[in-house]
Design a protein around this ligand. Structure first.
Ligand code: BDR
Ligand code: CA
Length: 309
């Protein structure tokens, strides 16, 4: 039986890659998508999620919008905008048919987890606001999650500040709730920036996508619009989180205590990953990956969508 999954995202170019990877994976039974404000505002992330699903032939998957902003303090940085004004690197996808689910994301997640035929795996690849609200409002339902897989944080340097990675930087209080003090016994995997920066696409990989057909070509154009400042390698952070579940043999994890800095100093939004924890709940942190095989597997998945149409 396919593994029941849901994805909370803020598309976002690499969120688009993550959604396409899920849609291309028969081992995964995608039961719902929730959106959060992050890379762009909530109206755009919701529209983008619905458009990407429709592009992949999965317009039937319900999408529910969640938090428009972070829980406590709205972050400000000139470094925002890496995904372009529309969030998908300058491409415009057709208006998706139908409408979004009217329930707020936390309520929708609770209903989706409760209705799933078995324990559900939740991918969280945007700011953690919706997941924190889900844990706070529905702890008993959240405890039924099979696993939470988060793209976020870093062992070393961040990408928004020297300390902070974007998803944690955007809502540190929510990240603290989910990663440091969840209050619910949910097995959690953290896919940090250190690994996702290494598992990016070079121009030849993007050319493979561009040649595969209409879906690959649009994805390649979106990736071309990613203003990430890393030179020749275009990261696909969020898709690596999906790959970590599809191909656990390609990653190495270590149990760690993850402390989120929710203070107001210069390291706000930073994560301190203690790989030799004395006590407290631990998170399985991805510390290494078979870079070449991860990239190959991602390309295989996304290009397979064009073979299906
Ligand atoms: C994360 O931040 C976002 O910009 C990406 O979509 C990804 O989820 C990487 O730091
Ligand atoms: Ca994201």
């Amino acid at each position: 039986m396919a593994r029941a999954v849901a994805i909370d995202c803020d598309p976002g170019i690499d969120d688009m890659m993550a959604l396409l990877t899920v849609c291309a994976s028969p081992e995964l039974d995608l039961r719902g998508v929730t959106t959060v404000g992050g890379n762009v505002g909530i109206e755009l992330t919701t529209r983008n999620a619905r458009s990407v699903l429709s592009l992949a032939g999965r317009g039937d998957v319900p999408v529910a919008a969640g938090a428009a902003r972070s829980l406590v303090r709205v972050p400000v940085s000139e470094k925002r905008g890496a995904h372009g004004d529309g969030g998908l690197g300058g491409i415009t996808l057709p208006e998706p048919p139908g409408t979004a689910d009217l329930r707020p994301a936390a309520e929708f997640l609770a209903a989706t987890v409760a209705a799933a035929p078995g324990p559900l795996t939740l991918f969280a690849v945007g700011p953690l606001t919706n997941v924190a609200l889900f844990y706070a409002l529905y702890p008993q339902v959240a405890a039924r999650l099979d696993r939470l897989v988060v793209m976020g944080g870093s062992i070393g340097a961040g990408n928004m500040t020297p300390a902070a990675e974007f998803n944690v930087w955007f809502d540190p209080e929510a990240a603290h709730r989910v990663l440091t003090d969840p209050g619910v016994p949910v097995p959690t995997t953290l896919v940090p920036l250190d690994v996702t920066r290494r598992t990016g696409l070079v121009d030849a990989d993007i050319a493979v996508l561009a040649r595969s057909g209409p879906i690959g070509a649009l994805t390649a154009r979106a990736l071309g619009g990613y203003r990430h400042g890393l030179g020749a390698v275009t990261p696909v952070h969020d898709a690596v989180a999906v790959l970590a579940v599809l191909h656990p043999e390609l990653i190495t994890t270590r149990p760690a205590r993850v402390h989120v800095d929710a203070g107001y100093g210069p390291s706000r939004g930073g994560t301190v990953v203690d790989l030799e924890p004395a006590d407290g709940p631990t998170v399985d942190v991805v510390v290494d990956a078979d870079v070449h095989a991860v990239v190959e597997a991602l390309l295989d998945r996304v290009t397979s969508l064009d073979q299906q149409v």
